[in-house]
Design a protein around this ligand. Structure first.
Ligand code: NAX
Length: 327
């Protein structure tokens, strides 16, 4: 039935997939209408994925109208309205950054092309797999028939981590914290920014009243949270990454909260001096599947330097994948 929306998830047999699929199935993204899932994995992981499908069936989720699995992106992306690109090649021991970009380049050029050929006209694409910004850039550039602004990379986990740290510091409820921003790359160079954030309607920096904490505790804690979780848990953040992926997709389709914004890495339109086309994180409002960069925020010299440094890293990645012929 062509009426039923279809959500594709790649890397569906992985760690994030194991949390993500059940959140989606329970109505985390499309909340009131039936949908289908298309799950893409590499061939050797399809058997494990069959087990996940059995568990999804056993959830008896009322909105889950059907599940297909496969290893051919062209088939799995056929007619999809939302594609969550989670599967990626992790950095192995002794792997140089160029090797990582090349390995992921092979995945995201193929998936970009397949999306361009097969996805529905209204497709939206969110890339969670790392290096997320540059993987999104590669997919986008290999799908020239899909408008560039349909592609984004996930920095919502960083955004949520920033809210959590402010809640812990101030004792405020998460729901009282708004207008937190993540700028730049989803990497340790990102700039988590509280300059415009509010805690219960008051400027967060006034409520916190501790600039040293912001610079020396908040920023590094948010930017290096992924490493801290690996250290503690012995494997990388998965449930929180799945939760953030659901948040990002839900807000993209249904809209960010009035008076608030979210963070997403989107192809730059040149805003805030970020070179046009680079997929960089900005504060954005969302509605009906579109993200709009929040305009006219004032940036301090410190913010400017931090954003420029992270964007320089994105430019390096851009130059590297360009030299490899991936975009
Ligand atoms: P896993 O290694 O558990 O799962 C990845 C899955 O992707 C595997 O099952 C693998 O077979 C599959 N895969 C690989 N190549 C594929 C292809 N060409 N087509 C379809 N599937 C393919 O990793 P997991 O912990 O689930 O993490 C997935 C990705 O998310 C990683 O790249 C990870 O670095 C990234 N993350 C991104 C975050 C973000 O905030 N943007 C945070 C969490 C996470 O680190």
């Amino acid at each position: 039935n062509a009426q039923i929306p279809t959500i594709a998830v790649t890397g569906a047999a992985g760690q994030i997939g194991y949390s993500l699929l059940f959140r989606i199935a329970a109505g985390g993204i499309l909340r009131h209408r039936p949908f289908r899932l298309r799950l893409l994995e590499v061939e050797p992981a399809l058997k494990a994925l069959e087990g996940v499908v059995m568990e999804l069936q056993d959830g008896a989720f009322p909105l889950l109208a059907g599940i297909d699995i496969g290893s051919d992106p062209r088939e799995m992306f056929d007619g999809v309205n939302l594609a969550l690109l989670v599967g990626a090649r992790p950095r192995g021991p002794g792997m140089e950054r160029a090797d990582l970009l090349q390995a992921n380049g092979a995945i995201f050029t193929a998936q970009g092309r397949a999306l361009g050929e097969a996805a529905a006209d209204d497709v939206r694409v969110i890339v969670t797999g790392n290096p997320a910004n540059t993987n999104a850039l590669i997919a986008q550039r290999n799908a020239p028939d899909i408008p560039a602004d349909r592609f984004s990379a996930l920095t919502r986990l960083d955004h949520n981590r920033a809210i959590a740290q402010v809640a812990l510091k101030t004792g405020a409820a998460v729901s009282e914290i708004s207008r937190v921003s993540i700028w730049g790359n989803h990497s340790a160079s990102q700039y988590p920014d509280l300059a415009h954030a509010l805690v219960d309607g008051r400027p967060a920096l006034e409520v916190i009243d501790d600039d040293a904490w912001v610079e020396h505790n908040f920023i590094p804690t948010v930017a290096q949270r992924g490493a801290a979780i690996i250290q503690a848990r012995g494997s990388s953040s998965a449930a929180s990454a799945a939760s953030a992926t659901v948040d990002a997709a839900r807000d993209l389709l249904h809209g960010s909260a009035p008076g608030d914004w979210v963070s997403m890495a989107v192809p730059s339109d040149g805003s805030y001096g970020v070179r046009e086309g680079l997929v960089s994180s900005f504060p954005v409002t969302t509605s009906d599947g579109n993200a709009y960069i929040v305009p006219d925020l004032e940036l301090s010299d410190f913010a400017r330097r931090r954003i420029d440094a992270s964007v320089a890293e994105l430019q390096d990645e851009y130059d590297a994948v360009s030299a490899l012929g991936l975009i």
